[in-house]
Write a protein that binds this ligand. Sequence first.
Ligand SMILES: [Zn+2]
Length: 198
Amino acid sequence: MSKNDGQDEQQRAPGRLTIPFDVGAACRQGLVESGQAPLAALPRCRGMAPPDGVLTYELRFSEGVGVHPLQAEVQVSAPLSLECARCQEPVICPVSGHSTVSFVFSDDQAGHVDSDVEPVVLGREGRIRLIDLLEDELLMAVPLMPVHEQACSPLAETLAAGQAYESGQIDESVAGGEAEDSPFAALAALKKGPDEGK
Ligand SMILES: [Zn+2]
């Protein structure tokens, strides 16, 4: 590895995440994989990646009993840049997901796994790319209605106030009096002025 590789690493997942992986062997060994990868390296999550956003992950493979014994615990967490459901401005949400996945070999088998596990259909030769597992888990964990935890931005509040004005809420409160302060009253006074001078 030369020093020049450093720059590209921001955009690249570690090699062991992208190379098709022998799931059966990993489960029999009880393999544990944990680490971090740049969010920008996950093609399906790239659009939600804040600058320098990092995915933290842990995969624990195990071989259980039953019809589909190949399993893994998948845990992911990452900050995602989403759109606030209240003000439509960007909001950075800490997102985390945790699932037990059950590896199967056909769509038909996938329909018959326990309801508390996620079926994952393995490709040819029982292999899968770990990055696909991590991406699936993260995408499932994206909140449907992300909002700013504290108040939304001042700009958003101004926009919200503008909507209240359009709906007439503010008009009614002003209509209580002070008619002489309205632009129309001032205009009427101006028009009257010259006539009165005659
Ligand atoms: Zn907001």
